[in-house]
Design a protein around this ligand. Structure first.
Ligand SMILES: NC(=O)c1ccc[n+]([C@@H]2O[C@H](COP(=O)([O-])OP(=O)(O)OC[C@H]3O[C@@H](n4cnc5c(N)ncnc54)[C@H](O)[C@@H]3O)[C@@H](O)[C@H]2O)c1
Ligand SMILES: O=P(O)(O)OC[C@H](O)CO
Length: 334
């Protein structure tokens, strides 16, 4: 996201904890830890267009500048903690844009509600960026479309203008922050499930069937929790579901594959962030709250926690009562 903003000529400060990483960004124009082969310098000049900062003092100074947008790009389970630690230096009127795609496990909240609670301010301007977007493909300049949502459209439009560029990054707006947050979060356990199918050695028939039926569950659960169905049909629902279920670039998808090879969640999470694991727990809690069957969400959750075997999972899903395809079977109580 820093790169997308820098491409548009904005002054970008990238806050990080590691002083060495910061030094490398400022002196060499490369981030040694993430996507290290890509220069952080869209304009081609020697000086990096993105400057690294790593002290709370520098961050506090940066926050005082007017017209700042703070893009929070942390894993979901860490975002509220970080916000709470920094809430005194985040000005009340500064627009926050969260990119985290997950549901917050400790309180089973949408990430936006958890952030506002951590700030202890319900009125902070906030929006949510989501949609099919592997970071590496953005750095490569591959045309990408995402959506940014806020209750107040003008806040979403601010981020839309900040990040969109006509050659490779197109940002749509939405006034359905609940639907956009839920779509981006709930696709993750389903992508873990898609990886499990590959890990079990099944092929395209199984994957396509599962993703299609999963998209129905995603829609039912999002709508039951207050999102709009047209949002789920969009980039932050079906769009991101397709990306992550059909690509082994997805960390959630790779996690599912590795789980089926016998690895444990804790070991996999040491290698990369997997939002779908914690979010699966919250998804099942939401399904219970809404009285929804959501068999795929429940099966993925049970497999993650090794409550059932892969053979039982297939038997349970394939052995469900036969039904019309378009029936609302998912809406029956479990
Ligand atoms: N990577 C992608 O392609 C991508 C695309 C779209 C959305 N997202 C979403 O964005 C969110 C962040 O994903 P990511 O891939 O950038 O995750 P990541 O695992 O790469 O972590 C992002 C940053 O958080 C920092 N971090 C980790 N622990 C921290 C802590 N305790 N305190 C402060 N900083 C800490 C890391 O050092 C890293 O710089 C996720 O919810 C993800 O789903 C990621
Ligand atoms: O690698 P994943 O599975 O975390 O997916 C990253 C983004 O959500 C893709 O849009």
């Amino acid at each position: 996201m820093a790169y997308a903003a820098a491409v548009n000529g904005h002054k970008v400060l990238l806050y990080m904890r590691d002083a060495e990483q910061c030094k490398s960004i400022n002196e060499k124009g490369y981030n040694p830890k993430y996507l290290s082969q890509y220069p952080l310098n869209p304009s081609g000049h020697d000086n990096p267009a993105i400057r690294g900062i790593c002290t709370t003092d520098e961050l506090a100074q940066a926050m005082k500048v007017t017209n700042v947008v703070v893009i929070l790009a942390l894993p979901c389970q860490l975002t509220p903690v970080w916000v709470e630690q920094h809430n005194t230096i985040i000005p009340e009127n500064t627009l926050l844009c969260s990119t985290a795609k997950g549901l917050y496990l400790p309180t089973k909240q949408l990430i936006g509600h958890a952030i506002l609670d951590s700030l202890n301010r319900a009125s902070q301007p906030i929006c949510f960026l989501s949609g099919p977007s592997f970071a590496e493909e953005i750095m490569r300049g591959y045309p990408t479309a995402v959506v940014v949502a806020s209750d107040q459209l003008y806040l979403a439009v601010q981020v839309q203008k900040l990040l969109s560029n006509a050659s490779s990054f197109r940002v749509y707006t939405s006034q359905d922050p609940i639907g956009v947050q839920l779509g981006g979060a709930l696709k993750n356990p389903l992508a873990v499930g898609a990886g499990m199918i590959a890990g079990m050695g099944f092929g395209s028939n199984t994957l396509s069937a599962c993703v299609t039926r999963a998209s129905r569950e995603l829609c039912d659960l999002c709508v039951a929790m207050g999102g709009r169905p047209e949002t789920v049909d969009g980039l932050s629902g079906i769009g991101d579901l397709m990306l992550t279920c059909f690509s082994s670039q997805s960390r959630n998808q790779r996690c599912g594959q590795r789980l089926m090879k016998g690895e444990g969640v804790k070991d996999i999470e040491k290698d990369f962030t997997v939002e779908g694991v914690a979010t699966a727990d919250v998804a099942v809690a939401y399904a219970d709250m809404c009285g929804l069957a959501c068999p795929i969400f429940r099966t993925v959750h049970a497999l993650i926690h090794k409550l059932i075997s892969p053979e039982e999972a297939i038997r349970d899903l394939m052995g469900r009562p036969l039904n019309l395809e378009a029936s609302r079977a998912n809406l029956e109580a479990k």
